[in-house]
Ligand binder design. Sequence first.
Ligand code: URA
Length: 209
Amino acid sequence: MDGVTVIDHPLVQHKLTIMRKKETSTAGFRRLLREISTLLCYEVTRDLEMTMETIETPLQEMQSPVLEGKKLVFASILRAGNGLLEGMLELVPSARVSHIGVYRDHDTLQAVEYFFKAPDDIAERLIIVVDPMLATGNSAIAAIDKLKERGAHNIRFLCLLAAPEGIKSFRDHHPDVPVYTASIDSHLNENGYIVPGLGDAGDRMYGTK
Ligand code: URA
């Protein structure tokens, strides 16, 4: 699928299988989410631009690669996006963090923002927007609308599971934003859940159901 990368690393797929199981505990789900998010982060940052820096080892001077440009921004779509943040920040501790609370009004179809916090200079940074589930795509589309309104233009979207319907809608709205996911599942059900999925990601990570 154009613009969509499925992260099929065996460790990702193994951990995802355990997360999908209904008997996996809240503590287990949360631990696996943290573990899997480091692996997903590794893949979504695989092609970051590098520049050479002159350093001195104990033996001699050398040219050595470092990341080019400003620090990354991880933008979490509340609340389930926060579950992906922890592991990602372990891998990139210097990343900046944005939190976005947004939903799409069913009647007006307008994005309603109830919380937004991000660095001022998001126009100059790569933003990795995270939400475990790309279901209808509505909140991801709305969150990225809000980031773009504030000048962001270098954006990637990372999730754990995606529904084909959500991917289509997302790519129709934001064809410039590549999607990274561990799985494209079968379909959305009438309640907007991804099938076979893993249930409500927020409830499973916070034990709220
Ligand atoms: N959000 C979830 O947490 N789970 C789904 O299956 C769909 C949306």
